[in-house]
Design a binder for this molecule. Structure first.
Ligand code: ADP
Length: 496
């Protein structure tokens, strides 16, 4: 009778729900955008009650759309925007402040003071993270320091902290369960990814009482059951993972060396490094991918700030194209970029350059340059930046990379994928189900609830939409990459 795995995908701009059948096919999807609050320059907040209510709304709507009932749901998987902080009263369940979103920079000065005081290496070695406001710890401290009475209440054990997964679990279980999974815990800057426990020294540094922190459970396992008062039935919550880690799972990157790239507004690459947390000082992050049956899989994560955003710039800034997919049509009108290189360093460059003062640049223009060349060079810039990060990952982990799994909006661009394969020199595989984040959470739940008996069984379900294989030799590749890096070197330290 039970047919569906419900995936709740709570993102930064929208709450989504996808119902999957037992074979991992999406059968109903619903999403709802919600309000972003910007109370001061660089500050970003969400209303936690809106996060919760929009998730319930989309879940209900996804069922109604196909005439399905709550008691046909086998179980729930949760995936979420990571690092975002909610603090609530344990007794009433009422948040004491808005959710502080991962993008929020309000603790930048405080984090800089910790860098100056020399805490970076200790934090990196324990958490795998770079000391930055992005992560949860400094945001929790901000709430405790700035909301009246919060610190005293926290010290009396009255307050709970959670990332968005914990907040949803708490509400789904009617306040019975305060838990998270290691993929989310590893983004808080309070979780020791070596000992796999909350770290007392870090909790002390960020002045966060340990009593606030959720219990950390396996990513694939029973977290609790929905309160029957909510949907009339008790449904198990069987899987939880942060969005990027869920996408890695949804791409079936189960083995060491398997890697995925999500080509969204920015790009996020994660490589499965097996049971070894490769912690490096190169600006890549080390993170827990998931834990199953008490065994933890690690990943190294790298990102590119400007990926699909460069295509948006062609569309909205330069008005060279009318829609993002147009980029493929125009770029294919020329065989190459005609020597033009676009460096889309709109807000500086991340790994491996780490230059906040780099700015965008178009170089190599001649009298023969057309808009087609510039569009093609912009697509190429996405592939070059991805290659830079993947090369760094290879160096840091010592793992050879033979194929790349892709998803995200810009991965639908076949020309971009072919260029990527040529420049990277590896095979690329695009799955049939590109909703890999939601799928990953559903699969984690399906595994713990006995829908699937093994990772092999899950892998066998994966359908491939299209493969791309490199069409150029290594001399061509090296020459292109050399030219790209020469161009990048000229864009560095531009802003004074
Ligand atoms: P996000 O989740 O970050 O909002 P999506 O995965 O929805 O991103 O992808 C949207 C991004 O992909 C946009 O920046 C858009 O410009 C880009 N994009 C979408 N389709 C294409 C395409 N066919 N070619 C190139 N870029 C594309």
């Amino acid at each position: 009778m039970k047919k569906y795995i419900m995936s709740l995908d709570q993102g930064t701009t929208s709450s989504r729900c996808i119902l999957f059948d037992r074979s991992g096919n999406p059968v109903s999807t619903c999403h709802r955008e919600f309000t972003q609050h910007f109370p001061a320059d660089g500050w970003v907040e969400h209303d936690p009650m809106v996060i919760w209510s929009t998730e319930v709304a989309v879940a209900t709507e996804a069922l109604l759309k196909i005439g399905a009932l709550w008691d046909e749901v086998i179980g729930i998987g949760i995936t979420n925007q990571r690092e975002t902080v909610v603090v609530w009263d344990k007794r009433t369940g009422v948040p004491i402040y808005n959710a502080i979103v991962w993008q929020c920079r309000r603790t930048a000065e405080y984090c800089e003071s910790l860098v100056e005081a020399g805490y970076s290496d200790m934090i990196k070695s324990k958490t795998g993270l770079v000391l930055d406001p992005y992560f949860s710890a400094s945001k929790i401290k901000w709430i405790l320091d700035n909301v009246e009475g919060a610190r005293e209440r926290a010290e009396r054990g009255e307050l709970a902290f959670g990332t968005v997964d914990s907040w949803l679990i708490y509400n789904l279980t009617g306040g019975k369960v305060h838990a998270t999974d290691p993929s989310n815990a590893s983004r808080t800057m309070l979780y020791n990814i070596n000992s796999l426990a909350w770290d007392e020294e870090l909790a002390k540094l960020f002045t966060v009482p340990l009593s606030m922190l959720p219990e950390v459970k396996d990513s694939s396992g029973i977290f609790g059951y929905t309160d029957p008062k909510l949907f009339g039935v008790e449904i198990p919550i069987g899987g939880v993972a942060g969005d990027q880690q869920a996408a890695l799972f949804g791409q079936c990157c189960f083995g060491e060396g398997e890697i995925k790239n999500t080509y969204g507004t920015g790009a996020f690459m994660l490589i499965n490094t097996g049971e070894v947390p490769h912690i490096s000082g190169d600006g890549l992050l080390t993170t827990v991918a998931w834990s199953i049956g008490g065994r933890v899989t690690y990943a190294v994560e790298g990102s590119v700030f400007t990926c699909g955003a460069a295509i948006q710039w062609l569309r909205d800034g330069l008005r060279l194209i009318e829609s993002a997919p147009d980029s493929e049509y125009y770029a294919s009108k020329v065989p190459d970029s005609g020597g033009v290189v676009v460096v889309p360093a709109f807000s500086g460059l991340g790994a491996p350059y780490w230059d906040a003062y780099a700015r965008g640049m178009i170089i190599g223009i001649t009298r023969g340059t057309t808009k087609y060349h510039i569009i093609r060079a912009t697509l190429e810039s996405i592939a070059y930046q991805t290659t830079d990060v993947i090369d760094l990952m290879k160096k840091v982990t010592g793992i050879d990379i033979t194929s790349l799994k892709v998803d995200g909006g810009a991965s639908s661009n076949n020309l971009l994928m072919q260029i990527q394969s040529d420049i990277l020199g590896t095979d690329i595989e695009r799955p049939l189900c590109v909703e890999t984040t939601a799928l990953g959470a559903a699969l984690l739940a399906g595994l713990s609830l006995g829908v699937y008996s093994s990772l092999e069984e899950i892998k066998a379900l994966r359908g491939v939409d299209k493969c791309f294989t490199p069409g150029k030799d290594s001399d061509w590749r090296e020459e292109r990459i050399r030219t790209w890096r020469r161009a990048v070197s000229r864009s560095l330290e531009w802003k004074e």
